[in-house]
Write a protein that binds this ligand. Structure first.
Ligand SMILES: [Fe+2]
Length: 143
């Protein structure tokens, strides 16, 4: 991985949704991706990459479950059916894509760490800023 791609992935003020439970979990995800970047900046073995990918996948799964239960608890799924379905669809697509990476790693396929990290950063940033934000706005509007 070249030096340009070892840019830190840091928490941004606009990631904050105002929902402490979800914000805290997003902070953990940002921290995990940042740590993965540091660990993979040298020569990473496939085993190390697998460990990181599996760790991220299981935390992301746990986090998606929290977010979806929260959305249902606050009635977001009923007030915004299509948006909620799209939201859950993004979670499922992420899990499917990252599970596929884990499967390819387990099969001995070479995965480029920089590309994978860039994908994770981009996905999490876009998802928090656009899709997760809608839940924050919805709950915020209810006071
Ligand atoms: Fe989400």
């Amino acid at each position: 991985m070249d030096n340009d791609s070892v840019r830190q992935y840091l928490w941004r003020a606009d990631f904050e949704l105002g929902i402490p439970l979800i914000d805290d979990q997003h902070r953990v995800l940002v921290k995990m991706i940042n740590e993965a970047q540091h660990r993979l900046s040298g020569d990473a073995s496939a085993a190390e990459l697998s460990e990181i990918v599996n760790g991220l996948l299981s935390y992301a799964d746990y986090h998606f479950g929290t977010e979806e239960r929260y959305a249902v608890e606050y009635g977001y799924d009923r007030a915004h059916c299509a948006a909620y379905e799209e939201h859950v669809g993004e979670h499922r697509a992420f899990a499917r894509d990252v599970t596929d990476v884990a499967r390819r790693l387990a099969a001995g396929e070479a995965i480029e760490a920089a590309g994978l990290l860039a994908f994770l950063q981009r996905w999490l940033t876009d998802h928090i800023l656009e899709v997760d934000r809608r839940i924050g706005d919805f709950v915020g509007a209810q006071g």
